[in-house]
Design a protein around this ligand. Structure first.
Ligand code: AMP
Length: 488
């Protein structure tokens, strides 16, 4: 685990544990900057569904619109707000979650402020692990915070920096920050993109004619007809202005630790993140899972949509036919992303239906990407039994989720993670399956990167599966080590 001598890894501070899942997008050099941003955010909707915002810059002034709800509901092509969002530069943000805050509208990014050097707008994907301490000391010395977001800390640090220009101020601010961040900013007629030194969250550069774009995932570049130029390097700052793109590496170099969960679940399957296709990674995990934990069965059934590529890979490898035994209602969003357990349980009920024609009398293997609390699996296994399945086995395309993420993926606290409390056998009994197996950590590495996990210097951030947190956690953020039993 990473850590700093002056900051013990103990205790728990909820302010440092915002549950954020976000997508960011940025444009420079197009009269349609806000339209491109709205389209990009639409493609990134899976990264956050509770709120969206766009800030544009027209060379003179900043214009902003932020709203609760989906991108499509708030940034329609003919809406008055789109007419107001003038300019050749824009950034946008999708966010989960604004619930529980006194004024949810104040939490919606991008944040924009008038600072001593001019306007500054910022959108952030990730989570800052020492925000709480920084925030307390900023407040003590006179800062007035408008939101409870960790991201606002960056704005205050930029405002207070004594560096001469905005990029220097931003670097100055980020050098005080621990955590995971992929940022897009507009200031001083520039679009700036930055990734944290470990490169935990993705950020990719694209181009369409003379327009430069930054996006969390390549699927957002595809939707606007842009080509992928390259991923930003971990720790890289890209400065885009009318003269083109300039790269700086302002931070001390550390080993990259890209989030493995982006491949397992979070990114869209049609995206290429960190140079690897997500769809192929998921199929390969399914294939590896089939090799690790084969069971005689009649059908492989994906839990839609997240389990589909892994189930295809599993079916291909095992030679067992693939079929649709669960039908998904697409008018229900990501269930997990509902902020309350009641909302989650209700949504799971609304979201999936059994297809008895496929499963009746069959020995089935259900394939899903992950089990977190167990809400989805419990429900689906019952559904399959009620539909007449003869045997219900479950295979999970990730190792047991034993630790919360503090770097920007929404996970419940450790006591709510079923694999942190129970062995695999106990989980199998709890969700009511005839057998259960998760892919091993080694199998996951092999499938995604054709590599063995380097135990001294793991190639990915896999903290949710191993408890090996690469970025120091501020006093407060901690999780207990968990060991779980084998499969079945
Ligand atoms: P649960 O029902 O709590 O066990 O959650 C597992 C389901 O939620 C799986 O079907 C996953 O596809 C999905 N899931 C897992 N992790 C996340 C996450 N961080 N954000 C949103 N959905 C997730």
């Amino acid at each position: 685990m990473a850590g700093r001598e002056d900051e013990p890894l103990t205790g728990y501070d909820p302010l440092d544990c915002f549950h954020e899942e976000c997508g960011v997008f940025g444009v420079f050099g197009s009269d349609e900057a806000c339209v491109l941003t709205a389209l990009g955010l639409h493609a990134l909707q899976h990264r956050g569904q509770e709120a969206a915002g766009i800030v544009s810059y027209d060379g003179d002034a900043f214009h902003a619109h932020r709203a609760l709800g989906h991108v499509g509901d708030n940034f329609g092509a003919d809406s008055p707000q789109m007419a107001r969002l003038r300019g050749h530069a824009a950034i946008g943000h999708n966010r989960y979650s604004t619930s529980g805050n006194i004024n949810p509208l104040m939490e919606i990014q991008p944040f924009s402020s008038e600072l001593a050097f001019g306007g500054f707008a910022l959108a952030h994907n990730g989570n800052l692990t020492n925000a709480s301490r920084l925030r307390a000391s900023l407040i003590e010395t006179g800062s007035l915070f408008q939101s409870s977001s960790d991201t606002e800390v960056i704005v205050h640090l930029v405002a207070r920096s004594h560096q001469a220009d905005v990029t220097g101020r931003l670097v100055d601010a980020l050098k005080q920050i621990d955590g995971a961040y992929s940022l897009v900013c507009v200031a001083d007629d520039m679009l700036i993109g930055v990734r944290d030194p470990h490169g935990v969250r993705p950020l990719i550069l694209g181009k369409r004619d003379d327009t430069w774009l930054l996006a969390s995932e390549s699927c957002a570049l595809d939707i606007v007809g842009a080509t992928v130029v390259r991923d930003l390097e971990p720790g890289e700052m890209l400065i885009i202005d009318k003269n083109g793109v300039r790269s700086e590496m302002p931070f001390q170099q550390v080993a990259p630790r890209f989030c493995v969960f982006e491949y397992v679940y979070f990114s869209r399957p049609d995206s290429i993140v960190e140079g690897r296709g997500v769809y192929h990674a998921r199929k390969a995990i399914g294939g590896e899972l089939a090799s690790e934990s084969h069971i005689d069965a009649d059908l492989i059934i994906p839990v839609p949509d997240s389990g589909v590529p892994a189930a295809l890979g599993y079916a291909e490898k095992s030679g067992v036919p693939f079929d649709l035994g669960i039908i998904r209602n697409h008018y229900v969003g990501r269930t997990f992303i509902q902020p309350t357990q009641k909302g989650r349980t209700d949504s799971v009920k609304l979201k999936h239906n059994a297809n008895p024609a496929a499963v009746k009398g069959k020995r089935i293997v259900l394939v899903d990407d992950s089990i977190v609390r167990g809400t989805t699996s419990r429900k689906i296994v019952t559904m399959m039994r009620n539909a007449g399945a003869a045997e219900v086995h479950m295979r999970i395309a990730s190792p047991p989720t034993t630790h919360p993420c503090f770097y920007g993926v929404d996970t419940p606290s450790q006591d709510q993670l079923i694999a942190a409390r129970m062995t695999v056998d106990e989980i199998a009994a709890e969700i009511g399956v005839d057998s259960l197996a998760f892919i091993t950590v080694d199998g996951m590495y092999k499938a995604i990167g054709d590599m063995a996990r380097n135990e001294d210097q793991p190639q990915f951030c896999d903290a949710c599966f191993t408890g090996d947190y690469p970025i120091r956690l501020a006093s407060g953020l901690s999780a207990k080590r968990v060991s779980h039993g084998g499969s079945q």
